[in-house]
Design a protein around this ligand. Structure first.
Ligand SMILES: NC(=O)c1ccc[n+]([C@@H]2O[C@H](COP(=O)([O-])OP(=O)(O)OC[C@H]3O[C@@H](n4cnc5c(N)ncnc54)[C@H](O)[C@@H]3O)[C@@H](O)[C@H]2O)c1
Length: 262
């Protein structure tokens, strides 16, 4: 098969949690759909996902909206049943949803209770998603998982970036995202021989109208000189979801403009 054909996702069924979200979610979904996949997005608001899917279909892509609350194991099971009923299987699972419960304030502002709630939402959600969808992939001996971590799953925030702004970096975010990177390696090792690949993408900061002092410092520090934009993430997710990366397993792909090289 020619190399560009190996990037094709034609005939694959992909689920992106929070895939209708205005930042990374929609970029991930668009990338997969543009490469030929049938894309299902799911988050708590069914309306948001149905509306996003409608817009995607108007642009010529095959997209569908469903509902899931990653903090609720029952809701995850319902999503699995609905996907199997409507599509027969799932080939690509992209875990991008982030409950961010307890992700507010710095260390001194957090209570152990908030940390537990956050871990229960974000780590338990990731765990439950994999637990729900991997057994069917194992039965077919083919599937792939892509987890969306962050530069802050690999390095710390630079506190100097936030000076003069009200932005605060909750430590629970780093805790959850770092755990996600190593959980991905666990999946890669445990399920590799069962035909499943698991990889992470760790993006840098997305432009989201952050305060000017932060933007200036961020862009000054990052080697490519700008924040991440919509199209930057598409190539990474298509590569990891496709046969072009058939021998890539357990990797954490930094899409950060070189942020973590410094
Ligand atoms: N924005 C950035 O700069 C950045 C940088 C690196 C990594 N990331 C990662 O990318 C992913 C998407 O982040 P984002 O900034 O685009 O979105 P976000 O943080 O603004 O929103 C999170 C998404 O998760 C969904 N969500 C929240 N709670 C949920 C629940 N209980 N069940 C189901 N869905 C739920 C929301 O609807 C939303 O679409 C996250 O995992 C985030 O950590 C973001």
């Amino acid at each position: 098969m020619k190399i560009l054909d190996r990037f094709s996702l034609r005939g694959r069924i992909a689920l992106v949690t929070a895939g209708a979200g205005p930042q990374f979610g929609s970029s991930l979904s668009e990338g997969l759909a543009e490469a030929g996949a049938t894309v299902i997005t799911a988050s708590r608001s069914l309306e948001t996902n149905l509306e996003f899917a409608r817009k995607m279909r108007d642009s010529g892509w095959d997209a569908h909206g469903l509902q899931v609350d990653i903090c609720d194991a029952g809701s995850i099971q319902k999503l699995r049943e609905e996907i199997l009923r409507q599509f027969g299987r799932l080939d690509i699972l992209v875990n991008s949803a982030l409950a961010r419960d307890g992700h507010a304030g710095g260390l001194a502002d957090q209570t152990a209770e908030q940390c537990l709630r956050s871990a229960a939402g974000d780590f338990a959600g990731l765990f439950e998603m994999c637990n729900a969808f991997l057994p069917d992939m194992v039965e077919r001996r083919k599937g792939c998982v892509i987890n969306i971590s962050s530069i802050y799953g690999v390095v710390s925030n630079d506190p100097g970036l936030y000076a003069g702004t009200t932005m605060k970096q909750p430590p629970t975010y780093n805790f959850v995202k770092a755990g996600m990177v190593n959980f991905t390696r666990y999946l890669a090792c445990y399920y590799g021989k069962m035909g499943i690949r698991a990889n992470c993408i760790s993006p840098g900061g997305y432009f989201n109208n952050q305060p000017q002092p932060f933007l200036e410092r961020y862009c000054e520090r990052v080697p490519v000189g700008r924040m991440l934009e919509n199209d930057d993430i598409k190539g990474a997710v298509v590569f990891l979801a496709s046969d072009a990366s058939e021998y890539v397993n357990g990797h954490n792909l930094m899409v950060d403009g070189g942020w973590t090289c410094l």
